[in-house]
Design a protein around this ligand. Sequence first.
Ligand code: ATP
Ligand code: MG
Length: 465
Amino acid sequence: MIRKLLHRVFGRNPSVPVSTTRPSSSKLRIIPREQHGITHANISPCALKVTSGLQEAGYSAFVVGGAARDLLMGLEPKDFDVVTNATPEEVRAIFRRSRIIGRRFRLVHVMCGGETVEVSTFRGPSGDEAEGTNGGAAHADEHGRLLRDNIFGSQEEDAKRRDFTVNALFFDPVHEEIWDYLNGYQDIEARRLRIIGDPERRYREDPVRMLRVVRLAAKLDMQIDPNTAAPIGDLAPLLQNVPPSRLFDEMLKLLLSGHALPCVIDLRKRGLHHGLLPMLDVILEQPLGERFITLALKNTDDRVRQGKPVSPGFLFAALLWHEVLAAWNVRQGSGEKLIPALHQAMDDVLAVQNGKLAIPRRYDAIMKEIWAMQPRFTGRSGRRPFRLLEHPRFRAAYDFMLLRCESGEADMELARWWEAFQHAGPGEREAMLLKDETQKKRGRSRGRKKNEAGTIGNSAAENLE
Ligand code: ATP
Ligand code: MG
């Protein structure tokens, strides 16, 4: 009974020692260093320590996935994942500073200095083909989406359960070899993004792979193989069955990839934006906001590529700004006061987003702060601009205001004034202040209010006259 259970979990007889000899798969191609040019020096110290430590203990160990791919493409890997035929317990026993994590599929985190390397055991087949071979432990929902994917297996099986051929390459840093079961090396050379196995079945198993196609094609500057692209339009609705938190994680990766603008354009072209995230529906179907969003995404992409930090809260604030503006206009139209109407509008928009779980609540505070500070940029008399400058979120709110000006929503004069004000000396600042406009404002007719909501920056420009 226990033996059967262990066999089911480990995908092999636990009493049989692991083999480190080369597998006899006819499909395996081993590419030597002279050909691929990657050396152990291209690997982080921790990944090298982990792979060589495992190999010294008699196991096989490789750097896999995004890191192997990025190295071959001359890109800098974000992190180094390691795969091995050692079980998590066996890995844990080799490295003193390590811990087993995860319940569904257990992984080991090995720590060296400040670096952590994730080590996983080769995973076996999932879906239909797993039935029978692994005691039928794989499960799918009625659309074919995999609910379980936690069976250990061979290296070749591990390659096949990955998403794209270019993501299924193994680099052995000790012997400096690339192991390739699925012609991923050729695909990298040809810059071709090709899904492993039957495309429709692979998207049904995990619809998030459709988003990964779009993100990776943009990031890697690859052509999507026609068979890989073909089923996407028809299967796009399957994304609605994916847990929102998973969609959110993948969307965040996409938005912060440094290629958000081309990705979003491509998502739209493939019909993947509908119902994907309520947020994206909003972004792309709103002509008024489109220019603003395009600028915001382009700005984010530039920052990411320059290695500057990007705040997801800022990005979401930008993505939803025109929704807030619309709700604000409606509330002012029905007679609510400017600032309370803005706060109500912010709450309305966030309630819808949180309800659909598109944007987690932890981003609410920063989004609200950025939005709520926008009307304050029009106050350029007395102590108000000095107070705004001291606000801990001034920089984010200022960058946001720049986007509003650049998109034509507010006057560029406002941006120029604040740029000058920030860099002016104390005396110059006093000289820049405008005459107190409160009196003028009080006397204004209510009829202007609606206009102010949509163009709060322009009301400031008028105050200059
Ligand atoms: P990035 O460099 O942007 O992180 P990545 O390919 O490393 O891209 P990860 O999400 O870090 O992406 O995934 C690591 C590896 O796990 C992938 O290279 C791929 O082999 C595998 N993988 C990730 N997501 C899936 C999926 N949905 N289906 C199958 N395999 C996947
Ligand atoms: Mg990765």
